[in-house]
Design a protein around this ligand. Structure first.
Ligand code: FES
Length: 147
């Protein structure tokens, strides 16, 4: 299933670090329910603030959701060699070798040495606004399998 996101809010949840965003512009989400991942609450919608990161671990401990389906999450480990990425000016930047990823385009890499997109963390929101990470789309850097 593919969904289109509108650009509005952004929040970073940093896998061990993953990142959760309310991103602006258009983006696509893919949901791959064939893998069994635990659903782990990572935040409440009320906690999500524009440009303010929220850090969580997934899938060790714990894709767009919310009213406008614009809250998204990604692994925060660069797909080149695993350095942490940082959100800055609407993109993820890896300072090790300057790969860049677009959270509004499902984590697509568009510059630098990384050849794979940032793995996206599909999300689910319950009736109370609690946000759950429910899967990983792609392989988190350094792993042979995510769970
Ligand atoms: Fe990120 Fe090399 S580790 S670009």
């Amino acid at each position: 299933m593919t969904r289109t996101l509108s650009r509005r809010r952004f929040v970073q949840l940093t896998a061990a670090a993953s990142a959760l965003f309310a991103a602006g512009g258009k983006a696509q989400l893919w949901y791959a329910p064939s893998l069994t991942y635990p659903a782990v609450k990572v935040a409440n919608v009320a906690q999500v603030r524009t440009g303010q990161p929220i850090t969580f671990n997934y899938p060790d401990a714990s894709a767009g959701v919310g009213k406008d389906r614009d809250i998204v999450a990604f692994s925060a480990l660069c797909t080149h060699m695993g350095c942490p990425v940082q959100y800055e000016k609407g993109r993820f930047i890896c300072r090790c070798h300057y790969s860049m990823f677009d959270p509004a385009k499902a984590g697509q890499t568009y510059q630098g040495l990384a050849s794979s997109w940032l793995p996206q963390i599909p999300l689910r929101v319950d009736g109370k606004g609690d946000i759950y990470a429910v899967a990983v789309q792609g392989l988190i850097w350094g792993r042979v399998k995510n769970v």
